[in-house]
Design a binder for this molecule. Structure first.
Ligand SMILES: [Zn+2]
Length: 415
């Protein structure tokens, strides 16, 4: 699911006295100067999408005119290549979850293309940009059996997994998207799931999609939903947080018109889907009136500030109580990156069924064992706030004292 495009967005800085002032910080999509730099949730570090910690602050900003989220200082392509080196492992860590997600995405693709009467047929050519471990290609091949099915994936480890999973019927090209256009032209569908938010230049990425399809072709893009603040904002390698408006503008700059947009449910909450087609009119939609996305920018600011004060809030409330962290997924990774003191002071990790004896150098216990061995230890749940209401019932019914870290911070309204 890797892709690289060079960005050209300048954020010149001028030092006035001792205070650094940001000037001419433009939105990379609509060029507005009405942008709000956002609080860093940790001054030293941030996290990328496979859970690895990078020694750089998050450094995001938000556009008040189109709702686009972006980096104050654009990431350079050599920095991104470093992040996505051989160690990058998204999709390899939890293969069954990757397969389940692919099933869910395939259902959404089928439903939304169907609603537009744009069906994938056996005679069609379908290309997926950033195919990762190839689970979605497998689902597409099983459901529609298109004439030619191509996956583009630059990370060698992931491309090999995709080949192993799909066999000879699916063509896996180990390449960055922009180098792949001569290899895939005239496709009927270009699909991309959770890739565009990583592209250094999302307009160039969409142009590549545009160049790969024929004039009647269809592009379907799924990416994190940037229309409200949530964890997607905390990923350092999410170069773009798209509002519907900022996505439509990027598409228009790539010669595409938006046919359809939707937010996803059924297990894919937090993601949005766009369907695009070639557009000859070259009319760019308006960015929205000045400051029409100010509320979104301020909400993003409050969200990141909430994360910046989370560790202190937990410390103030829990004091010297013994506690365990429930969960070893994305939220445990986020706590490690942004609130390392919370993870550091935990006694152990707990999950429903422990797949291994240790995690991050601490004991990892199954919930039943935890209840028996540590009845006086409280639980802090490192889970998505959406899951918390279900988890809390299970944990508290077993008389365990359990809290979500958000309860001790300004993020409590998200629970
Ligand atoms: Zn903008």
């Amino acid at each position: 699911m890797l892709v690289l495009f060079k960005g050209h967005f300048c954020a010149p800085r001028y030092v006035l006295g001792a205070k650094m002032v940001l000037r001419n910080l433009n939105c990379p999509i609509c060029r507005s100067v009405h942008v709000l730099p956002l609080t860093n949730p940790n001054a030293q570090s941030s996290m990328i999408s496979d859970g690895a910690i990078v020694p750089r602050p998050l450094g995001k900003a938000s556009c008040n005119d189109c709702g686009h989220g972006f980096h104050v200082e654009p990431i350079q392509d050599n920095q991104l290549r470093e992040l996505y080196g051989d160690a990058y492992s998204l999709g390899l860590r939890d293969k069954s979850a990757d397969a389940d997600r692919a099933s869910g995405y395939c259902e959404h693709i089928s439903e939304h293309l169907g609603s537009l009467d744009r069906h994938i047929e056996r005679g069609h050519v379908v290309v997926e940009f950033g195919c990762g471990t190839g689970h979605l290609l497998r689902k597409i091949s099983q459901k529609w059996q298109p004439r030619r099915l191509v996956g583009i994936e630059p990370a060698p480890k992931l491309a090999n997994k995709a080949r192993e999973l799909n066999g000879k019927y699916v063509e896996i090209i180990e390449s960055y998207a922009e180098s792949s256009v001569p290899l895939v032209k005239d496709a009927d569908f270009a699909i991309s799931v959770n890739v565009i938010e990583h592209a250094l230049d999302p307009v160039a990425f969409l142009k590549t999609c545009r160049d790969s399809i024929n004039e009647r072709g269809t592009i379907l893009v799924i990416c994190p939903d940037g229309n409200y603040p949530h964890s997607e904002l905390l990923f350092y390698d999410h170069v773009s947080s798209f509002s519907v408006t900022s996505f439509e503008r990027a598409a228009s700059q790539a010669g595409l018109k938006m046919l359809h947009s939707a937010t996803l449910g059924n297990g894919q909450e937090g993601f949005q889907l766009f369907v695009l087609a070639p557009d000859g009119s070259a009319q760019e939609p308006s960015a929205g009136s000045a400051a029409s996305f100010q509320e979104l920018s301020e909400g993003r600011g409050r969200y990141l500030k909430g994360w910046a004060t989370l560790e202190q809030g937990v410390r103030n409330q829990i004091g010297s109580d013994r506690y365990a962290i429930f969960g070893i997924g994305e939220y445990a990774d986020l706590l490690s990156a942004y609130c390392p003191g919370i993870i550091g002071a935990a006694e152990c990790f707990v999950v429903d069924n422990a797949p291994q004896p240790e995690y991050r150098g601490k004991p990892l216990l199954s919930l039943d064992a935890f209840r028996q061995e540590k009845p006086d230890t409280r639980i802090l749940a490192a889970v998505n706030p959406r899951s918390w209401k279900y988890l809390i019932e299970r944990l508290r019914s077993g008389s365990v004292v359990a809290n979500h870290p958000y309860e001790f911070s300004e993020l409590r309204s998200a629970l």
